[in-house]
Design a protein around this ligand. Structure first.
Ligand code: TRP
Length: 456
């Protein structure tokens, strides 16, 4: 007997899709990572290279992923199954679902710290630890507390599950429509505050003056790798979001808008952070510690800093939340599409499983600090495996699949739906896309992979 199939979910509007996908893209990568890697690798010189990477690799692969999703109306595993039915390619889909899980398991830990820091800001505890070293010690003390660390990880994960639980339109889309504009407004307010501080010019020039001497060969690979992470590429998150699109949507224009928003937010975040860091005389090169060690001190040194601190960590938490939602959605969509599970059950079961794998990452800063595999603690290992190995591998294989296995003949027929104007008015954009997906993406991403493995 044929099973009665419930209609697959869809986005309510094109704008809803763009905001949800931008929500996935804009995350810790933009606000926490981008400013400090740009600062360390030559400021505007790095940004220049990064923009090229976004244009020739990021955007074309994003278009490809969304296209695979919209064509097949499936999760990553189902998408490959539908287009190729080969075991190898189906396993690429699995690699994506697995990578999503692994990223989620450490992402919720950092996001949990951000959530916890909203409360630190409200309690005014930054004013008690208002020196660079006391602030760093305070952070270390907090993450060494199992209850604090694990407690906020769980709280953040439950928030993520809540949105995914309510489904594509009522949960993810509705949430993004509220959270993304809010994020933008808060960030603009923080950037204006930063720019009006005395001495902010030094921050602007740190970020926007090209320092070519700091731009090394590896900086280029860092830019490429980051272009990938920040656009949520390589594991089928954008594929899954694309699978909820109707066929009349214009993939070219929506992907371009997503990339534009992601880049804009990263740049404004850089301005907001470095103007404030320089104006208050703090050290700009604290690297990953910039947000949790340096910024709390920065806030205590500016007028109204108490409120700006709360706003900042609230902003960071929402940014992380809309990204974590997209990671959980990939896993959930796999079990809903392929295994016929109910969404609610999938969310509860895989939220629980995520929690279990998040525990060792969370405990990496305390109980399990000395537990090392290949010289890395659990947290760093999860980050390295997913971000440096699985994502580039996935991204490379996805472009190879589109260009060489599925083939442009079929891909272009699909791409044309909703984007006829580009095919007739600007055919050179289509040719450029083909060249980037066929040659540039696989080769350049392969170099990133070799660099991650220490071969290059
Ligand atoms: N893009 C997000 C960020 O910049 C992180 C993220 C969400 C992600 N979903 C992803 C990264 C899927 C890779 C793949 O923080």
């Amino acid at each position: 007997m044929a099973k009665t199939k419930i209609a697959r979910e869809n986005w309510g509007s094109k704008f809803g899709f763009i905001l949800a996908a931008a929500g996935s893209a804009i995350g810790l990568g933009n606000i926490w990572k981008f400013p400090y890697i740009a600062g360390e690798n030559g400021g505007a010189a790095f940004i220049f290279v990064y923009l090229i990477c976004i244009a020739i690799i990021g955007l074309p692969v994003l278009i490809g992923e969304v296209l695979l999703g919209r064509t097949t109306q499936r999760n990553p595993v189902g998408a490959f199954k539908k287009l190729s039915n080969s075991k190898f390619w189906i396993s690429v889909g699995f690699l994506g679902v697995l990578a999503g899980f692994i990223i989620l398991s450490f992402y919720v830990v950092i996001a949990g710290w951000s959530l916890g820091y909203i409360f630190e800001a409200i309690n005014g505890s930054f004013y008690k630890f208002n020196q660079a070293y006391t602030s760093a010690n305070h952070f270390t003390m907090l993450i060494q507390s199992v209850t604090w660390n694990l407690g906020f990880t769980i709280a953040f994960l439950l928030l993520t599950m809540l949105f995914v639980y309510f489904g594509v339109q009522k949960g993810i889309e509705k949430g993004s429509k509220i959270m993304m504009p809010l994020l933008f407004i808060i960030l603009v307010v923080l950037a204006i505050k930063g720019l009006t501080l005395d001495g902010s010019e030094k921050g602007v020039s740190f970020l926007l003056n090209p320092n070519w001497k700091l731009l090394h060969g590896t900086s280029i690979l860092i830019a490429l790798g980051h272009a990938f992470f920040t656009l949520s590429l390589g594991m089928g998150a954008m594929l899954t979001y694309g699978s909820y699109l109707k066929k009349d949507s214009n993939i070219f224009s929506s992907s371009t808008q997503i990339v534009f928003l992601d880049t804009l937010i990263a740049l404004i975040a850089g301005i907001a952070i470095f103007t404030a860091v320089f104006a208050t005389g703090q050290n700009p090169s604290a690297g990953p510690g910039l947000i949790f060690h340096t910024l709390p001190v920065v806030f205590t040194k500016m007028s109204g800093g108490y409120y700006f601190a709360i706003l900042f960590f609230f902003l960071l938490t929402i940014a992380a939340l809309t990204s974590a939602i997209s990671l959980l959605e990939v896993v959930v969509s796999y079990f809903v599409d392929e295994k016929g599970w109910k969404r609610h059950n999938a969310v509860i079961v895989f939220g629980g499983v995520t929690f279990l794998i998040a525990v060792p990452s969370s405990l990496s800063s305390n109980v399990l600090a000395d537990f090392h595999i290949f010289g890395l603690n659990f947290f760093d290992l999860a980050d390295f495996l997913a971000s440096n190995i699985m994502l580039p591998l996935g991204g490379m294989l996805i472009s190879i699949f589109i260009a060489w296995v599925w083939g442009f003949d079929k891909a272009l027929v699909e791409l044309k739906q909703g984007a006829e104007n580009i095919f007739t008015d600007k055919p050179y954009i289509i040719s450029a896309w083909k060249i980037f997906v066929k040659y540039f993406a696989p080769v350049l991403i392969f170099l990133v992979l070799l660099n991650s493995l220490g071969i290059l």
